[in-house]
Design a protein around this ligand. Structure first.
Ligand code: GDP
Length: 297
């Protein structure tokens, strides 16, 4: 898979040097960490995130007591693996569940990030665990967004609540929520509008929808291909909207890894799902430890 390819091969070459050594000196650790630092920066990981990460690994790696059964090189790889996992949230962050259904999920993000597609995919994932999700089409600005959601809904046989593009998204949201309650839906997913850039009108609208539907989850959909930019976007959304988690899309592309590795540390919000393709079944719960192993190759 193309994603993380360059980061993985850079890290592998650093570690293969360490693995060959019976004893690792402080100099070896410093040199290895210098290379890991460069590899992470080249993968477009946030500068401060890299700095903290390296400091943590170094602290554990220097003066390491190594048992006879492990070579120091292997122990350092273990430390990096553990810290990469921590960086991405440590353990899997589960979707919240309302005490009283429906559980309300708002999908937000820039245009093109994958909100509409991910809304359909999330509905599909919920159906697989026997839930009855309702999709609500609140993106009245992007041409064909409503139709796109309807097509996805038909594909997975999930109802889509829509009121066309002449009604305000706030009204659609209000009515959609009522529809879900009246029809026994235990999850409701609001596909909201995005813009090419964050602007005040967009944020105001999202805040109004937020106030009306009182979501259990506000998931920011982030295109992993946009690297550091994605993290800045996440930061701005979080300042305005109190995100609860992130959906990272397009991990099947040749992302360098920056967004996946920085977004949790920068926003404090975990990646809850990862999308790895255009197919409806290509959304998965995000597992930090698996992603760390994948990055290390
Ligand atoms: P929205 O504007 O945020 O609603 O974005 P869309 O859901 O319309 O997605 C924008 C484009 O990205 C579409 O062509 C999707 O098929 C594509 N897309 C979304 N998620 C993924 C993914 O995980 N992998 C790939 N390769 N493409 C994706």
């Amino acid at each position: 898979m193309a994603a993380f390819e360059s980061l993985t091969s850079r890290l592998q070459s650093v570690f293969s040097k360490l693995k060959g050594k019976g004893k690792v000196t402080e100099n070896d650790v410093t040199e290895a960490m210098r290379e890991v630092r460069l590899a992470l920066l080249e993968a477009d990981v946030n500068f401060k995130v890299v700095k903290d990460f390296i400091a943590k690994v170094k602290e554990q790696a220097i003066g390491l007591e190594v048992s006879k059964s492990f070579t120091p090189g292997m122990v350092i790889i273990d430390i990096v693996n553990k810290e990469l996992t921590e960086l991405m949230g440590g353990t899997q962050a589960k979707l919240a569940k309302a005490n009283k259904p429906p559980t309300v999920i708002m999908m937000v993000g820039l245009q093109g990030a994958g909100k509409t597609t991910s809304s359909g995919k999330l509905a599909r994932l919920l159906q697989k665990s026997n839930h009855k999700p309702l999709l609500v089409a609140c993106d009245i600005y992007r041409p064909a967004a409503i139709k796109q959601l309807q097509v996805l809904g038909e594909q997975i046989k999930a109802p889509v609540f829509a009121m066309g593009d002449q009604v305000s998204p706030v009204e659609i949201a209000r009515n959609g929520l009522q529809f879900a309650k009246d029809n026994g839906h235990d999850y409701i997913i609001f596909d909201t509008a995005g813009r090419l850039h964050i602007d005040e009108a967009l944020m105001d609208e999202l805040k109004q929808i937020h106030a009306i539907v009182n979501p259990d989850e506000v998931l920011l959909v982030v295109d992993a291909m946009t690297g550091q930019d994605a993290v800045n976007v996440a930061q701005s959304f979080h300042e305005q909207l109190e995100l609860t988690g992130v959906v990272l899309t397009k991990l099947d592309g040749d992302t360098r890894g920056g967004a996946a590795l920085s977004v949790k540390a920068v926003t404090g919000k975990p990646i809850k799902f990862a999308a790895m393709g255009e197919k409806i079944d290509s959304l998965e719960p995000f597992h930090p430890e698996r992603m760390a192993s994948r990055i290390l190759g």
